[in-house]
Write a protein that binds this ligand. Structure first.
Ligand code: GLC
Length: 449
């Protein structure tokens, strides 16, 4: 009997898996995708910029939600937004010096305010005292520095009159109930918002030349949430690919079950330990300097230089990218703490970036020596040993016998002699200077056999 049932269902299973395997938006091959993603996989390090009206209250980019502000209450920020010190060229130079090869700016965040000149709304930067299209200035300045440009665009919109109120909305009910939502959403029409969103993304991808990345944020499917049907994700993604065939898109459109619905995963604010589990996937971790994305004056949990370096190295040593966020002030500058963090990264990257660009995790045959992290460049076949604790005098590479041709410091190409009679049959021992070089985490470059 059981056998019979199984046999009956077999063709059905076949059809289901066939349909599933066919769930695609386009017809790009795996090899074409790899090629499209190549620069991004190589470059590893980008700058995220969260900038909007929320820089004025300066207490988190979710302030409108946290304090349940209405549009009227939030309007005071729109009326005075005037970043008099904004200089897109200065930002671009800063990003470049820090070794960041791409940058992603919030064109609109959840608050619904547009940092660009959109013809579909009046709620935009050109109608504030700033009177300029800041997205345009960003694009031009970063491109001029040779930095790839991307837009963050919030799927959520806490200002648009047709965007229905959900559990993340500032005007959400105190207690979730169907009747409360029905009452609040009377007269709101998501179909209209969906069209608005589609039109705005179309604008962003047609008015500013070649856009390298689109970072859409975010889906939260559920009874009082929003997902692909609300955004019209399938049609939107097709339009994105049509307008900018080379663009790279994140994974927050709720299209995970489409074979080509996601270009990269986005583990957000995760610990360095957690990054290990992303090995083998295509991913970028986004991280803040402190706890908030938008400028937050009184947020004081700033990461140290060593923590930031560790994030960058650990990302690459697990085969991923790091998108490090700056939340500029309402006057249009990087806050002094962000600025000095970027300077310290510049110092390290100037001399050590070869262990970042084009690198990934080391082949399994190389053991990770104590207090180090490894990265590896599969093209040049060089292995990079990041020294978290400096080993004065000598340093042992366990199990590396016969694998190393030459060793040097990465920052100055100065030789680190291999001790000929040390290490037995297994290990390689390097002669190290007593004094640690002037980097928090110095790097040894190994030229392999
Ligand atoms: C979250 C937050 C948002 C931030 C984003 C960055 O989705 O809602 O404020 O922009 O993460 O990844």
């Amino acid at each position: 009997m059981l056998k019979k049932i199984c046999l009956l269902f077999l063709p059905l299973l076949f059809v289901i898996s066939f349909v599933d395997a066919q769930k695609r938006l386009g017809n790009e091959t795996a090899a074409q995708k790899k090629q499209r993603m190549e620069w991004w996989t190589n470059d590893r390090f980008g700058m995220f910029i969260h900038w909007g009206l929320y820089a004025l209250p300066a207490r988190h980019e979710w302030v409108k939600n946290h304090e349940r502000m209405t549009n009227e209450e939030y309007e005071k920020y729109f009326k005075i937004f005037n970043p008099d010190l904004f200089d897109a060229k200065a930002w671009a130079k800063k990003a470049k010096a820090a070794g960041m090869r791409y940058a992603v700016l919030t064109s609109k965040h959840h608050e619904g305010f547009n940092m660009f000149d959109s013809k579909y709304t009046d709620y935009k930067v050109t109608n504030t005292p700033a009177k300029r299209d800041l997205v345009k200035e960003f694009v031009e300045a970063f491109r001029a520095e040779g930095i790839k440009v991307g837009f963050y665009y919030s799927l959520l919109d806490w200002h648009h009159p047709d965007y229905t109120i959900d559990e993340n909305h500032p005007q959400r009910p105190l207690k979730n109930s169907d009747t409360a939502y029905a009452r609040l959403n009377k007269g709101r029409d998501m179909a209209k918002y969906r069209k608005y969103l589609y039109n705005q993304v179309t604008e962003l991808l047609t008015k500013y030349g070649k856009i390298d990345i689109l970072w859409l944020d975010f889906s939260f499917p559920g009874k009082y949430g929003k997902g692909r049907e609300d955004w019209g994700s399938v049609a939107l993604m097709k339009q994105i690919r049509k307008l900018q065939p080379g663009i790279i898109v994140d994974n927050r459109l709720d299209l995970n079950d489409y074979e080509d619905g996601v270009d990269f995963e986005t583990p957000e604010q995760v610990s360095t330990e957690e990054l290990e589990k992303y090995r083998g996937k295509v991913w970028e971790t986004c991280q803040t300097f402190s706890g908030s994305w938008g400028y937050d004056r009184d947020e004081n949990t700033w990461k140290t230089h060593r923590q930031l370096l560790d994030l960058l190295i650990t990302s690459v040593s697990n085969g991923g990218n790091l998108l490090l966020n700056v939340g500029p002030t309402a006057r249009g500058e990087f806050d002094y703490r962000a600025s000095s963090a970027l300077d310290s990264l510049s110092h390290w990257m100037h001399s050590n970036s070869k262990s970042i660009y084009g690198c990934t995790y080391a082949p399994a045959e190389f053991k990770v020596p104590a207090n180090t992290k490894l990265t590896y460049n599969p093209v040049t076949k060089r292995l990079y040993v990041h020294l978290y604790e400096y080993p004065s005098g000598s340093f042992t590479l366990p199990g590396y016998k016969g694998k190393v041709k030459y060793a040097q410091f990465l920052h100055d190409d100065s030789e680190l002699k291999i001790k000929p009679d040390a290490g037995g049959d297994e290990d390689v021992v390097l002669e190290m200077p007593e004094k640690k070089p002037g980097f928090d985490i110095p790097v040894i470059e190994l030229i392999l056999q």
